[in-house]
Design a protein around this ligand. Structure first.
Ligand code: AP5
Length: 258
């Protein structure tokens, strides 16, 4: 069981947490392209001090660094398809050996297929061994390691998702996420924090978005149903302010961990 979480009202009226007492454990953020998984993961990192593990970000880092995985993944990502399960699972397994996961972690964009979900469930239940050459994950023998995964699915309708995807811009230095329609920077095209020129992801076109949505419906929507059936699951309306969505996720995790 997670340590009890006490809640207090923050200055902005949203519920804030006495975070020092919280062991968040493993948390999955599920949802279609553009629902706000990355935006919300960054909010939860600030609240709970546990890492965001985004398979999309890890793959883009491989693309940028020109690794063999990156060369192969790039073409697949541009088509809105999924990188093979084995490769993504190995990438996540390696990340889970980092010591920063000991109080928990936020998986953003993983699992995305039932094969990935089964792998993760087994891995976290310690039923499967680590792949050859990879150590057991760093949750082993920690309080967070005994907590079951909780999954939160964020919901936003198709028209809004398209606007979010085509309007998204990122800071290449601090990774802050903006949206030219919905969350613009103070100065057009420039990061508020770093002053760097914002960039657009190459898969954030309307055409690629359509492919990503088809992939989501056929391969990832069943993952949502998988976790719904396991009961440690909540749905949050993503068509609200970032703070309100975050408050919904926090209260869902608190309830599921209670
Ligand atoms: P990935 O990077 O995971 O992309 P995705 O799942 O399509 O999700 P996004 O990152 O596009 O959206 P998001 O939900 O994080 O939204 P965000 O917070 O940025 O994956 C990319 C590719 O990598 C995949 O297509 C696949 O090829 C491959 N891949 C990744 N994981 C894989 C896996 N497990 N297996 C196999 N292949 C894998 O927000 C979007 C926009 O909305 C932003 O502009 C933001 O400012 C705005 N916004 C967010 N919240 C709000 C709000 N409340 N109000 C107003 N605007 C908001």
């Amino acid at each position: 069981m997670a340590t009890a979480v006490s809640t207090v009202a923050g200055e902005d009226g949203h519920r804030m947490q006495d975070l020092s007492q919280m062991i968040p454990g493993p948390i999955l953020l599920l949802g279609a392209p553009g629902v706000g998984k990355g935006t919300q993961a960054k909010e939860l990192v600030k609240l709970w001090g546990i890492p965001q593990i985004s398979t999309g970000d890890l793959l883009r880092a491989n693309v940028k660094n020109g690794t063999e995985l990156g060369k192969m993944a790039n073409e697949i990502m541009q088509k809105g398809q999924l990188v093979p399960d084995t490769l993504v699972n190995e990438m996540v397994a390696l990340r889970l050996t980092d010591p920063d996961v000991k109080r928990g972690f936020i998986l953003d964009g993983f699992p995305r297929t039932l094969v990935q979900a089964d792998w993760l469930d087994e891995r976290l239940a310690k039923k499967s061994g680590a792949p050859a050459g990879i150590q057991p994950d760093s949750l082993a023998n920690t309080p967070a390691g005994s907590l079951p995964v909780v999954a939160v699915s964020i919901q936003v309708d198709y028209t809004q998702l398209l606007r979010r995807i085509t309007g998204r811009r990122n800071c290449p230095v601090c990774q802050t996420i903006y949206n030219i329609y919905l969350q613009p920077p103070k100065v057009d095209g420039i990061c508020d924090v770093e002053g760097a020129a914002l960039v657009q992801r190459s898969d954030d076109t309307e055409k690629c978005f359509e492919g990503r949505m088809l992939t989501y419906q056929s391969l990832t929507a069943p993952v949502v149903e998988h976790y719904r059936a396991l009961s440690r699951f909540a749905e949050v309306n993503g068509d609200q302010s970032v703070a309100d969505v975050a408050a919904g996720i926090v209260s869902s995790v608190e309830r599921l961990r209670g």
